[in-house]
Design a protein around this ligand. Sequence first.
Ligand code: TLP
Length: 340
Amino acid sequence: MIDLRSDTVTKPTEEMRKAAYMAEVGDDVYGEDPTVKKLEETAAEILGKEAALFVTSGTQGNQVSVLTHCRSGNEIILENESHIFYYESGAVAAFAGVQTRTIPGIRGAMDPAAIEAAIRSEDQHYPETGLICLENTHNRAGGAIIPVENMKEIYSIAKKHQIPVHVDGARLFNAAAGSGRPVTDFTQYCDTVQICLSKGLGAPVGSILSGSEEFIKAARKWRKRLGGGLRQSGIIAAPGLIALTKMKDRLALDHENARRLAEGIQNISGLDVANQIDTNIIVVDVRGKNMNSDQFVERLRGQGVLAGTFGNYFVRFVTHFDVSKEEIEKALANIEKAIR
Ligand code: TLP
């Protein structure tokens, strides 16, 4: 099977498995796991923030962030198809008790003026705007890179109104690799950021939430409340450390493979690549084949290629380090066979 459903399917490398075996551990709720500490310190340094917290997943990182920034009854501003709004099972309502104010983006980027217009003024009828969330790269916008300039404008508006900005940077290192800019160019324009170790970077588990010392202290408590206080978690932090320090530089290869896959798919009659390929995600419109996305994905499965449905008529392919250049060529040949 050539698994292009997501970059979450990557398996830990041999080096990661060995690091897990060898990891020095302690009880992290007592603050005694040296490997977790090292991962958190390294992550904060790479992201240009004061502190960081190891969390179990991207969803937990985003939720801990919303819970730490907001009070119940607040409103948060986020993009129409952002992961926090679209794919986190309504968690911001279930846990933080905040309501969402969504704004349409262009390739995932929100218009700063629309954000400013959505910020609530002081009035007893209104909720308070507690947080602005951005997503970079933007998953449902097909891995689109939100430009640093857009983030800068939004951040300056947020600061004017004293509203914090959180970035769901599940694939922020893809944005850095795809734009050729250091990751701190992006993180300088947010107060907090969540990055996933378990997507393109290949770790088996975990995400990092990063921000100020004060914020992370409060976030640690929210993580505990959610049952995310782990014990000898150096076992999973050790592969995370390898992901963070050694896997970033190869993301450009995944992007190259994505461009090749997109080009090949575009050449198959009846299939239409719906997004510009900035990073590792390809979204394909299958309507030209008179199929819906479920039917298309099933046909592909029959030829040994796995992809994910993305609404009724769109299918998502994600490249990652467990799929080689040769397998991309094979996947293309098999996609052609599947729909012939
Ligand atoms: N995305 C997954 C699915 O949940 C859709 C995927 O396969 O792409 N933020 C963004 C932008 C994400 O894409 C994801 C995962 C998360 C957060 C959540 O991370 P996890 O799965 O670790 O909770």
